[in-house]
Design a protein around this ligand. Structure first.
Ligand SMILES: *Cc1c(COP(=O)(O)O)cnc(C)c1O
Length: 453
């Protein structure tokens, strides 16, 4: 631990914050469980690293063989406040002991209202807002589209290349990539139109040029007067952590406003401090009409929300929105504790600082490794795009090789990208400097080994 590092607990939730391997990864007990899994769990549910987890604290996962793994994925950007976060664990236990469910539409409770109040306070814009709470990101997106259609009395939805919005029927239609998300699962919901994104590493366009190209593509495909909503991730998550050129998001938002189109920001992955701002829309000064949140909102409990302008949110009739579990009281308690942790522990700034540390380390690796085509992201959401040296041709096998090398060494990194050639880092914000440095040593060595015999 360096003298300047923030104070980080060395034991969190009973788990020491270090990497320690006592067997190969996965070890024998995990392999036994994997055998049981294969006999009973549908194969469509993939597994990236079959080390079964028994306990977790901070940024460390402990598997059933006793290996301590460093978590640079946060369960896909969910446990930003860390595993076993003190306030979250206490709030969940307390709420579970009081009551676990009533259905908010049958008998309401304060936690749901308090989460809606927090969302109104934290999301961009100081207009009057309303929220509906749901259980998954896909359900949030589905509801945002329902609400936008109800408000505009229009049906078309515009989405973007490389976009990912979920796995339900409508959200599969909104998602760009066929394999594995959509393949063989059609027919998909109609009235979905796809526009080109801004992808600076691959298109070299300015934000203004990319906006012009996107608007032209939209207006070619659909009558603007039929468009209910634009749905876009401010930074594409599954698509490869693509940060659009400056001016792209704000240009689209301006086009939407001018045409009576509801601008929906899918901040399911980017929200709640992940990018070094509470919401990624803030980096571009964009105030979405509706913002969809999930993943990082509740420290691992299933919760999602649609938050937005009161007049849009209140368009659907009474009884038109809801769901049995939406805004479950235990999930709401977890969300309030997660938000308190982010605010009281300064985790927005911490996420920004993590991004600076990670980027500086990997920039030095990039100078020695021509397979790193692009290093990008914001805050604690950083991606390494791997290419064949000297070209921009995607190299998915290199991404797999680096991820596997990290996994074998006990560092959990994820891959993503339309071409499967992007390594993504989504560490918990509470990761200590020493632990992060250890993980980055492993990752750097794996990256430098690319192309070596
Ligand atoms: C994960 C994700 C979703 C879907 O969320 P689920 O909770 O898996 O349904 C939607 N949009 C984005 C940007 C995501 O990252």
């Amino acid at each position: 631990m360096t003298a300047t590092a923030p104070s980080v607990d060395q034991i969190v939730n009973g788990v020491p914050q270090h990497r320690r391997l006592v067997t190969t990864v996965p070890g024998p007990r995990s392999l036994e469980l994997l055998g049981r899994r294969e006999a009973t769990v549908a194969r469509g549910v993939s597994v990236m690293l079959p080390a079964f987890i028994e306990r977790a604290g901070g940024a460390v996962l402990v598997d059933v063989d006793g290996n301590h793994l460093i978590d640079l994925g946060s369960g896909i950007a969910v446990t930003g406040v860390g595993h076993g976060a003190r306030r979250v664990v206490a709030a969940v236990a307390e709420q579970a002991a009081s009551f676990t469910h009533t259905c908010f539409m049958i008998n309401p409770y304060e936690g749901y209202v308090a989460v809606a109040e927090a969302l109104a306070r934290l999301t961009p814009g100081d207009h009057e807002k309303r929220s509906v709470l749901l259980s998954s990101g896909a359900e949030g997106i589905e509801n945002a589209v329902k609400i936008a259609r109800s408000y505009t009395r229009r049906s078309a939805v515009v989405v973007f290349e490389h976009g990912y919005h979920g796995r339900t029927n409508l959200t599969m239609a909104l998602t760009a990539k066929d394999m594995p998300y959509k393949h063989g699962f059609g027919p998909f919901a109609p009235e979905v139109y796809r526009a080109p994104l801004s992808y600076p590493f691959r298109d070299g366009l300015t934000g203004e040029q990319a906006v012009a190209r996107a608007i032209e593509a939209i207006e070619e495909q659909v009558d603007v007067d039929d468009v209910a909503a634009i749905v876009i991730e401010p930074i594409q998550g599954e698509g490869g952590f693509i940060v659009p050129a400056p001016g792209f998001l704000s240009g689209l938002a301006a086009w939407a406003r001018a045409n009576g189109v509801v601008f929906v920001a899918d901040e399911v992955q980017t929200g709640f401090a992940r990018t070094g701002a509470m919401f990624a829309s803030e980096h571009e000064g964009v105030v979405p009409d509706l913002i969809v949140t999930a993943k990082g909102i509740a420290g691992g409990m299933p919760l999602s929300a649609v938050t937005g302008r009161a007049e849009i949110m209140d368009a659907p009739h009474v009884g038109g929105l809801g769901g049995t579990y939406g805004g479950n009281p235990v999930a709401c308690a977890a969300a309030l504790a997660t938000i308190a942790t982010i605010e009281e522990d300064g985790l927005v700034d911490r996420a920004a600082a993590l991004g600076a540390t990670i980027t500086a380390r990997l920039r030095a690796v990039q100078e020695q490794q021509p397979a790193i085509g692009d290093l990008r992201g914001r805050g604690a959401m950083i991606a390494v795009e791997l290419v064949r040296p000297g070209t921009t041709d995607p190299d998915p096998l290199a991404a797999v090789a680096v991820a596997r090398a990290c996994h074998e060494q006990g560092v959990v990194v994820l891959t993503c990208g339309t071409y499967g050639n992007v390594l993504r880092l989504l560490p918990p914000f509470v990761i200590g400097e020493e632990l992060l440095a250890d993980a980055l040593d492993v990752l750097s060595a794996a990256l430098l080994a690319l192309g070596r015999p």
